[in-house]
Write a protein that binds this ligand. Structure first.
Ligand code: 13P
Length: 256
């Protein structure tokens, strides 16, 4: 089952209680595609509510603190996410690296904390346009992989269980409508896969590498059919069932 494609909607800082109706519709729709793993990561205030509304899809957070509890005003721990029934957490999204100055070392510590709490983890990496234009994309992403992925015994166990995933999200493709060329995605996923194999050995084969950046119902089939692409991390097109379910359908073999 580790090879089931993984389609994750990242709602970012969007959605109110009214959006729970979309989550319910996504959950109902996902039941038609049993060969696809579908999940949503809503903002924290909706997480517990959304968890209660869905039965089929996974539910996750968009960030967590490195500590389990304590004096960290405004933060949320991985243990708290696990306690309200979250299945996973996204760490190291480029918007957090940008808005909150998150470093590779901090992202790695967050991922470790999440694994300790029993959550699956999606670690995000991706280059800026300037880095791509100057030929540094693969080097930048390799450094992010080396610095942001956890490397302790728990990480190796999680990798083997398919609970540790990487999302390749070129920063210039996020929210811009400018999707990366399939050839470039294939090349980067291969480079990431090689990097993961160097660290995790055979377990790397169980780790899903997702593509993210302007994925929608029109481009999903081509991206998801590309070698090495094991799923998608979707922003804008995950906010409604009408936009998100065609992406889930594109990931399905059609056998339901
Ligand atoms: P968009 O799909 O809106 O480009 O966002 C991608 C993303 O950042 C998902 O985490």
């Amino acid at each position: 089952m580790a090879h089931r494609p993984y389609i994750v909607g990242n709602w970012k800082m969007n959605g109110s209680r009214a959006a729970l109706a979309e989550a319910r519709a996504i959950d109902r729709g996902a039941q038609r595609y049993k060969d696809v793993s579908v999940a949503l990561a809503p903002p924290f205030p909706l997480l517990g509510l959304l968890r209660e509304e869905v039965t089929t899809i996974g539910v996750g957070g968009q960030d967590c603190h490195t500590a389990a509890k304590g004096a960290h005003t405004g933060d949320v721990s991985a243990a708290m996410l696990a306690d309200i029934g979250a299945d996973f957490v996204i760490v190291g999204h480029s918007e957090r690296r940008r808005d909150h100055g998150e470093t590779d070392a901090l992202v790695q510590a967050k991922a470790q904390a999440a694994l300790v709490s029993g959550l699956g983890v999606i670690v995000c990496v991706g280059e800026t346009l300037a880095e791509r234009d100057t030929g540094q994309a693969e080097a930048v992403v390799a450094a992010q992989i080396d610095g942001s992925l956890p490397d302790d015994a728990a990480a190796h166990d999680a990798a083997l269980l398919g609970r540790l995933s990487v999302a390749y999200e070129p920063v210039w493709a996020i929210g811009t409508g400018r999707v990366a060329a399939v050839d470039d995605v294939v090349a980067m996923h291969a480079a990431i896969g090689a990097r993961l194999a160097a660290r995790f050995g055979d377990a790397a084969a169980k780790m899903r590498i997702l593509y993210g950046g302007s994925v929608n119902g029109d481009n999903a089939a081509a991206l998801l059919a590309a070698p090495g692409v094991r799923g998608a991390l979707v922003g804008g097109a995950s906010l409604t069932a009408d936009a998100f379910l065609p992406i889930v359908a594109a990931a399905s073999s059609g056998e339901g």
